[in-house]
Design a protein around this ligand. Structure first.
Ligand SMILES: *[C@@H]1O[C@H](CO)[C@@H](O)[C@H](O)[C@H]1NC(C)=O
Ligand SMILES: *[C@@H]1O[C@H](CO)[C@@H](O)[C@H](O)[C@H]1NC(C)=O
Ligand SMILES: *[C@@H]1O[C@H](CO)[C@@H](O)[C@H](O)[C@H]1NC(C)=O
Length: 370
């Protein structure tokens, strides 16, 4: 039982139909139930308070600075391209905001998307506990660079949540998760994937509840649109300095889990680029993703805001999002596997085949690797 008090929002589950026996619709229904009552606590209701405290101004300045730095490092000074607009399911919804280097940063970098972490019984079949604390999850794989800036907000107080470890995991450019051997997850006869860690890692939020990481834009797999899972660990989690992991991972609890999503046009642009274009699995559109549809609501929009670093998607993407979580709850989660000093260890008590995304209460939630 990993205690992750997660905070992130969105979440959900993943994978779902990648697994025989895993029912995306059932999972979507569970997600809907978990979101009930929390929805109203999306970031919008906090906007006035956050503005008054100057946090939004700080966000805009930080995001602008990060973008400049990323562009400079890559020698990019041409036009910027595109931020999404706010109709999450529309397939063609690039913003009509004419974004260029002179665009008013307060217009471009305003907080927009927000994901709500809900208490979640469905962290999905691909969560691995024990991953490394690090801000770069790329591990030299091929794919489009994605830099993500995340602010974590407490739904109870509308204040940023500092000192919280957020755990991220997502599939690689060709739709495979590291650390898990399962039918539907790449080549399940390749047992070496149990020891791999790409696309996984934790980062701690700073005093303004902000954290950032560099990864590769996720690919897709059967039944799901590209997404990134987020889970929050309890505040004040201790670090094992010797191997850069957090302690207590094998006996912890998760409170909140969620998923981050992307603009459909952005996904389509990425899909056309190598190696994403080599994925023979049919792409599920946002509009057809049952779990995403459960998330969307007037006050919840888990699709990240973004700009391209240069003129094409291959130059990389800078994205930002607010994540809202209720810091007062925590629950057990069931990892598919544990990362240990001896590599990956599958969790024998994880549900077979990825499971229904929710276990009956009293079901064992994982056994520490011995
Ligand atoms: C999508 O965008 C088009 C063009 O702007 C618009 O006509 C349509 O109503 C939008 N659909 C949704 C679901 O927002
Ligand atoms: C994704 O991971 C799988 C399993 O390790 C690997 O076979 C595949 O080449 C990876 N895709 C990319 C683009 O690196
Ligand atoms: C980190 O150290 C802890 C405590 O010794 C150990 O249980 C865990 O397996 C280690 N994790 C890794 C990835 O080395």
């Amino acid at each position: 039982m990993v205690r992750i008090s997660t905070l992130v929002g969105l979440g959900l589950v993943a994978a779902v139909s990648a697994h025989p026996g895993h029912d995306v619709k059932a999972e979507a229904a569970e997600r809907a139930a978990a979101l009930k009552g929390i929805r109203a606590r999306g970031v919008n209701h906090c906007a006035t308070q956050l503005n008054a405290r100057g946090l939004e101004a700080n966000n805009i300045a930080r995001r602008e600075q990060t973008l400049q730095k990323l562009r400079k490092a890559r020698g990019l000074d041409g036009p910027l391209l595109k931020a999404r607009d706010l109709s999450p399911l529309n397939e063609t919804h690039h913003s009509d905001l004419a974004v260029d280097p002179t665009t008013d940063p307060s217009e471009l970098f305003a907080s927009g998307g927000s994901c709500v972490l809900a208490e979640d019984v469905t962290q999905g079949p691909y969560y691995v506990s024990g991953e490394l604390i690090r801000d770069d999850l790329t591990e030299g794989q091929q794919g489009i660079d994605l830099y993500l800036d995340i602010q974590l907000i407490d739904s109870n107080t509308c204040e940023p949540l500092p000192d919280v470890y957020l755990d991220f995991w997502h599939s690689n450019a060709t739709g495979v998760y590291s650390g898990v051997i399962a039918e539907g997850n790449g080549d399940s006869s390749d047992l070496s994937n149990l020891d791999s860690t790409f696309g996984r890692g934790l980062q701690r939020t700073d005093s303004l509840g902000v954290t950032a990481f560099h990864t590769l834009f996720p690919g897709h797999y059967i039944g799901r649109t590209p997404h990134i899972h987020v889970l929050s660990h309890p505040g004040g989690t201790k670090v094992n300095e010797e191997n850069n992991t957090i302690t207590g991972l094998y006996s912890t609890t998760s409170s909140y889990v969620g998923q981050l999503y992307f603009d459909q046009d952005l996904i389509s642009a990425v899909r056309a680029v190598e190696p994403y274009d080599s994925n023979t699995v049919e792409l599920t559109l946002n509009a057809d993703d049952w779990i995403l549809r459960q998330e969307l609501d007037d006050d919840v929009d888990p699709i990240v805001e973004y700009v391209l670093l240069g003129e094409s998607v291959e130059d990389g993407i800078f994205a930002w999002v607010s994540v809202v979580a209720d810091s007062s709850v925590s629950k057990d989660v069931t990892p598919a596997a544990f990362l240990t000093e001896d590599g990956g260890v599958a969790n024998e008590n994880a549900w077979p085949g990825g499971g229904p995304g929710g276990l009956p209460s009293g079901f064992p939630t994982g056994v520490p690797p011995s």
